[in-house]
Design a protein around this ligand. Structure first.
Ligand code: AQP
Length: 389
């Protein structure tokens, strides 16, 4: 027994064994459970970076997830399941954005465990380090350096308008809960993306505004210092882009919401999933029907159901329409558990092989640095920083 500690599915730290285990490549089994109807499933839907960017890499995909707690099914359906589909279609970088997680107060040990936990979940969900660069943000120091330089072309008013900042700062309350990092977080996110001259960014709908800021900053930088960055396109799915809280269909499902019944975590036990589905709020009436306006809660559950099972909404409506919410929720729990079982099994294998995970992350950081360093050298030269001898 040694060193690395993961956080288990119910938030309990567990110490893991260190022997190497050659865990199975994830994507073959996963594909059966992967949402079927993402709008950009075809490679043709990826933005052609070369057309827009004056000759940078054709399509380079970047995205990240913050290690701010246990990942939930919204993170999976809105982001990670889509990363898995993209990795065969373009050059991809998938990052655990640990510096972002520091914008809210964290215990150092929990941050460390969550960082490794998110990296392990990436692999468990099917991201293949042979086909995508998987790494931790703080292992590539250039992210923070570029964030500073971009911060110097960012307006205070632009950041003040960010709705996520307004929401999160309102939740944190006045005073020391709101720090400069939380305010400047979108600039660091822009740096994450532009550092690799990324052209496409798969994210959930909540990140749309940050992507717009990234494009504005790239355009402004290019106008002042010459064509340096392509303008990245957000890749936001037609379904799954905003999975809502199980307790309040007016709020998005979120890691940091206090009520654990509001979300299904990827590492929840089958019993926990069943209980959360059973206690999910529903709408008036008993009909299972997709209607975002009239039946927002049931529509959200239907969206999760169709994405995890691959069954069309119409088929689910036909099966459960008049059988009442109880049968529908039991079916949903079963489908979610079936989708999560292989992910959880692979996660457990990875927990048992921390040296393997460390190797993957070291290799990913090396590959990421080799892309980032020349871009940073170019950026430094453009803004007029002198070269160190
Ligand atoms: N509810 C959601 N539905 C669909 N996609 C979602 N994402 C987050 N919530 C949903 C997408 O998941 C990716 C990783 O998100 P993040 O961890 O970097 O930060 P976030 O968007 O702020 O997610 P959370 O879960 O709400 O975390 P906390 O509570 O820590 O802020 C992103 O692509 C995001 O769009």
């Amino acid at each position: 027994m040694r060193g690395i500690v993961f956080r288990g599915g119910v938030g309990v730290p567990v110490r893991v064994r260190t022997h190497f285990l050659d865990f199975p490549r994830a994507d073959v089994t996963l594909r059966r459970h992967t949402p079927m109807d993402y709008s950009y499933g075809a490679a043709a839907a990826l933005p052609q970076g070369r057309r827009r960017t004056g000759g940078h890499a054709a399509v380079r995909v970047f995205s990240g997830v913050q290690p701010t707690g246990n990942l939930h099914i919204g993170n999976y359906l809105g982001a990670i399941a889509r990363f898995v589909r993209l990795q065969g279609q373009a050059e991809c970088l998938f990052c655990v954005v640990d510096l972002h997680a520091l914008t809210v107060p964290r215990q150092p040990a929990a941050l460390c465990a969550d960082t490794l936990g998110v990296a392990a979940l990436y692999l468990a969900c099917g991201i293949d380090p042979a086909r995508a660069i998987v790494f931790v943000q703080s292992h590539v120091a250039e992210h923070a350096e570029l964030a500073w330089l971009l911060g110097c072309v960012t307006g205070f008013g632009e950041l003040r308008r960010m709705t996520q900042f307004k929401d999160k700062s309102a939740r944190a309350g006045e005073g020391e809960g709101v720090n400069l990092g939380l305010f400047a977080y979108p600039v660091l996110m822009a740096a994450d993306i532009l550092l690799y001259r990324s052209t496409a960014v798969p994210v959930g709908d909540d990140q749309r505004q940050h992507l717009e800021l990234t494009r504005d900053l790239a355009e402004r930088f290019n106008a002042r210092f010459g064509e340096c960055f392509p303008l990245p396109e957000p890749l936001i799915g037609e379904t799954g882009a905003r999975i809502m809280s199980l307790q309040n269909p007016g709020e998005k499902m979120s890691k940091s919401t206090e009520d654990p019944m509001s979300r299904i975590d990827l590492l929840d036990t089958p019993d926990a999933v069943a209980a959360k589905c059973r206690r999910a709020v529903t709408d008036s009436g008993r009909e299972v029907r997709y209607d975002r306006e009239a039946k927002p809660a049931v529509s959200n559950l239907l969206e999760i159901f169709t994405l995890v099972s691959g069954e069309p909404v119409a088929a689910l409506e036909a099966r459960y329409g008049d059988r009442g919410y109880g049968a529908f929720k039991a079916g949903l729990a079963e489908a979610v558990n079936e989708a999560l079982a292989p992910i959880q099994a692979r996660y457990r294998d990875l927990e048992a092989a921390p040296d393997h995970l460390a190797e993957v992350l070291a290799g990913g950081a090396g590959r990421a640095r080799s892309l980032a360093c020349p871009v940073m050298a170019d950026v430094r030269r453009r803004v007029g920083l002198t070269a160190a001898r």
